[in-house]
Design a protein around this ligand. Sequence first.
Ligand code: GTP
Ligand code: MG
Length: 280
Amino acid sequence: MGLFGSFLSKFSRNKATTEDLAEFRKVLIESDIGPRFTEELVGLVEREKSEVLSEQLTSHILASLSDAKRDLSKAEGRLTTILVVGVNGTGKTTTVAKLAKLLKKEGNKVILAAADTFRAAAVEQLSTWGARIEVPVVLGKVNGDPASVAFDAATRAKSEGFDYLIIDTAGRLHTKNNLMEELGKVRRVVEKVSPIDEVLFVLDGTTGQNGITQAKSFAEAVTLTGIVVTKLDGSTKGGIALATERELKVPIKLVGTGEGENDLGLFEPTAYIAELLTQP
Ligand SMILES: Nc1nc2c(ncn2[C@@H]2O[C@H](COP(=O)(O)OP(=O)(O)OP(=O)(O)O)[C@@H](O)[C@H]2O)c(=O)[nH]1
Ligand SMILES: [Mg+2]
C-alpha cells in the first residue's frame, strides 16, 4: 500500500476531519516530501470533493514535477559518458553496476571507471561487480588521482569503440571542498577526450530533508542532469525524491529498488504516484 493509501480510502468515504488532516500532514512530513509540498496536499484534501481527490492529488503532484525528459542521453555515433556522483553510502557503486547491466542487456558495449580511489575497498567493490556482470573496469591505484583513472578510461573507451562509459566517484574525501574540486577536475579531464553526457546524482531515498542540501552542493560543483533515487524498496519514505526534483528542477531518471543487479528501473511518474495513492 502506498503512502497515502489508507487516508485516501478514508477521505473518499467521508469528509476529512481535523484529526484526519493532522494525521495526513504527519505522514507527509515523515515521508520527507517537504513542508511546502505537504501544505499544498493537505490544502487540496481540505478543499476538494472526496470523489475527485485521487485524480486531484495525482494531477497536482504530476504538475509539480519537472517536464524535462527522463530518458538517459545517448550520443549518436560516439561514446556516451555518464558520471555518477553523490554522498557516501547512497548507492553510487551499486547503481553504476546495475546501470551497466541494464545498458549491456540492451546490446551496448559498456565499460566502467573506478574513479573512487579514496578507499581500497571501493576499487575492489567495482571490480567484483564488473566480473559478475561481465563488464570491463578501468582501475586506478588506491590514493591515486581519480581524474587520471577517468581520463585513462575515457581514452580506452573511445579508442576501443565502447558505447557507454560509466564513471564511479568517491562520496567522501578529506574535506567537502576536496570532493567538489575533484569532481570538477574529473569532468574537465574527461571532456578533453569525450563529452560527458549525463551527470547522475544518487540520492538515498531514506535520507531526510538534508538530501536536498546534498544535491545542491553537488549541483554547484557539476551540472546535474538527472537524479537516481535508491533504496526505495521497503521504504515508507521516498518523498524526498519528489521534494528534491521540485527544488532542483533536475528530473529523477532512475529508481533503485534493491541490492541485486537487476534492481534498477526507469522512473515513471504516473506509476510512482499511483503507487503512493494505492488504496488498501
Ligand atoms: N535496499 C537497497 N540497498 C541498496 C540500493 N542501492 C544500494 N544499496 C546498498 O547500499 C549500500 C551502499 O551502496 P554503495 O553502492 O556501496 O554506495 P556508494 O554510494 O558507492 O558508497 P561510497 O562508495 O562509500 O560513497 C550497499 O550495501 C548497497 O548494497 C537499493 O536500491 N536498495
Ligand atoms: Mg562507492
